[in-house]
Design a protein around this ligand. Structure first.
Ligand SMILES: Nc1ncnc2c1ncn2[C@@H]1O[C@H](COP(=O)(O)OP(=O)(O)OP(=O)(O)O)[C@@H](O)[C@H]1O
Length: 245
């Protein structure tokens, strides 16, 4: 993906390709009596993609929220670039991009307005051209001046992705980014994720789609009722239909 002007990336991007960026140790999460996540360890390296795969309720979103510093684990710790993650930490805000499972857009701001707000907040050079590129890449150019209420569910999903992609990032966290995308947009998503890896970004995403796992993952973690039941290279762990190999 061509980027106009300086690459809008996080401050640590000069270290891209140099090892682990996100490290989870002994991380678990209980909601009252429910053990949503049993203790697990996970490393996500720069320039690689790790995929969380599992049925509804297996703990994927819980793990992503903890990895983003948006929720505290019941046990264990999360380190981003060697320090405890906290979503209020300016370093984390500058370097971690999240497209989560809940989305809130301003009803009276257009698609382009949303992306401009984010670009301004992150002080992005050449923002106009860059926003134009992100809109085109996500198939949103024709909807740039539309309000969120005028978008289809797939276009809302594309805007959710665009909002994460218009900003700098060394770590990209995505919750079911393939949801509601048509085959063309899913193809662009695969291209995008492989481009992120080439740029040295560490990617952690949750999905239900085995095809996406095989297309982008270096490492897959299969969750069942909050427990890791398999982990490793996709070809060794999952068959093409998403069953355990
Ligand atoms: N805030 C919460 N309070 C109580 N229980 C929760 C909360 N969030 C999630 N859970 C429960 O934790 C378990 C894991 O949920 P989670 O959303 O992490 O699953 P998931 O794998 O992302 O599911 P899906 O594929 O449906 O998005 C589920 O049983 C869910 O009901």
């Amino acid at each position: 993906m061509a980027r106009p002007g300086p690459l809008p990336r996080g401050r640590g991007s000069q270290e891209a390709g140099a090892g682990t960026l996100l490290r989870l140790r002994g991380v678990s999460r209980a909601y009252g009596q429910l053990q949503a996540l049993h203790p697990l360890d996970l490393d996500v390296d720069r320039g690689t993609c790790t995929v969380l795969f599992g049925h509804n309720g297996s703990g994927k979103s819980t793990l992503l929220r903890i990895a983003a510093g948006r929720d505290m684990p019941s046990t264990g710790r999360v380190l981003f670039d060697g320090r405890p993650i906290d979503e209020d930490d300016p370093e984390v805000r500058a370097r971690v991009a999240v497209a989560g499972d809940t989305v809130a857009f301003y009803p009276d701001l257009t698609v382009r307005d949303h992306l401009e707000l984010i670009a301004v907040a992150h002080d992005i050079a050449g923002a106009d051209a860059w926003i134009g590129q992100v809109l085109a890449d996500r198939g949103l150019s024709a909807h740039a001046h539309h309000l969120p209420s005028a978008l289809s569910s797939g276009q809302i999903q594309a805007l959710t992705l665009a909002a994460a992609l218009v900003r700098p990032r060394d770590l990209l966290l995505l919750d079911e980014p393939e949801q509601r995308l048509d085959p063309g947009a899913r193809g662009r998503l695969v291209h995008l994720l492989n481009g992120e890896k080439d740029d040295g970004v560490a990617v952690l995403l949750a999905t239900h789609q085995a095809e996406l796992v095989h297309a982008v993952a270096d490492h897959v973690v299969v969750l069942e009722d909050g427990e890791v039941v398999a982990a490793g290279e996709p070809a060794a762990v999952l068959d093409p239909h998403g069953g355990l190999a």
